[in-house]
Ligand binder design. Sequence first.
Ligand code: NAP
Length: 334
Amino acid sequence: MAVSRKIVLCQRPVEMFTDACFEVIETPVPEPGEGEAVVKIEYFSLDPAMRGWVRDERSYLPPIELGAVMRSGAAGRVIASKNPSLPVGAGVMGMLGWQEYALIGGNTGAMANALPEGVDLVDALSIFGSTGITAYFGLLDIGQPKEGETIVVSGAAGGVGSIVGQIGKIVGCRVVGIAGTKEKCSWVVDELGFDACIDYRTENVVDALGDACPNGIDVYFDNVGGDILDAALGHMNDFGRIVACGMISRYNDAEPGPGPCNITNVVKRRLRMQGFIVIDYLGRFAEAAMQLAVWAAEGKLKNRVQVVDGFLSAPTAVNMLFTGENTGKLVVKL
Ligand SMILES: NC(=O)c1ccc[n+]([C@@H]2O[C@H](COP(=O)([O-])OP(=O)(O)OC[C@H]3O[C@@H](n4cnc5c(N)ncnc54)[C@H](OP(=O)(O)O)[C@@H]3O)[C@@H](O)[C@H]2O)c1
């Protein structure tokens, strides 16, 4: 009997994920019922949000239950189908979880869609998936950048940040990144066209932002929160926009960290700081994917993906997001 391995959550992490959080179970590869299709998963998307999904607290999605397959974006191909709109061979992307095979369509309730023909599975998980779309709407809709303004983006060499900075250049802004190594800074400046990048591990971010943003900051795209958010707040211009996309520096905290002391500038400088979740834009995903595809085809947008090999590497590889061992979008190849 063909077997499908699944990685299930068996214990909630206190700080970083550990091996003890997960166990591997085996179930038969599913057979499709009427209207259903079986997907053989080829890639998992690893996302910082996963750390939030395993917390037992109220959020924009229900917490993953103990004993459930770890929630994850994933992409693969249909290998068996009783649904004409999901033919064998079709690429599929969705919230398919850390498992080798997934049943979709019919009444399964699986959040998954067939991909247009020819779309690469890794592209579907990165530039044209929630990573690129988060960058697109976060910057353009929430950040509302205007030509000539200064954008600062943290997590600049990561999946979302690297695309934010490039879109910032496309719309005619000065773009300053903040990232965790000299190599990452060089990559976003030399390869992606950022105007400058600050290495937050070796530089004083408050001073460096002053040097890199002589006209202040108009849009701060925050991926990390904490001290870096605080530093950016201190340099915001009147009526600036802060895109509160993520606060990864806090995700592994067992106890809440200290609050940013410049947060009062949100009031004093009449800043709008707005949280958003990419699924709010479900109805407009195609619009973003089309524009991202055009920019990619024109060579204006580069998509760097770091691939970790092996189904069983997922629980360890997810921690690379927190140690900064990834550059660009991190995926697992099964
Ligand atoms: N709102 C939404 O709908 C939405 C959707 C997708 C993602 N997000 C958020 O967007 C952010 C980026 O996500 P991603 O998928 O593109 O991940 P990513 O940026 O590819 O990977 C995470 C990066 O965060 C940096 N980092 C980790 N710990 C840090 C710390 N303590 N201080 C500063 N930087 C730290 C690391 O780079 P360095 O080497 O530079 O430290 C790491 O490479 C996350 O906060 C995520 O939660 C939000």
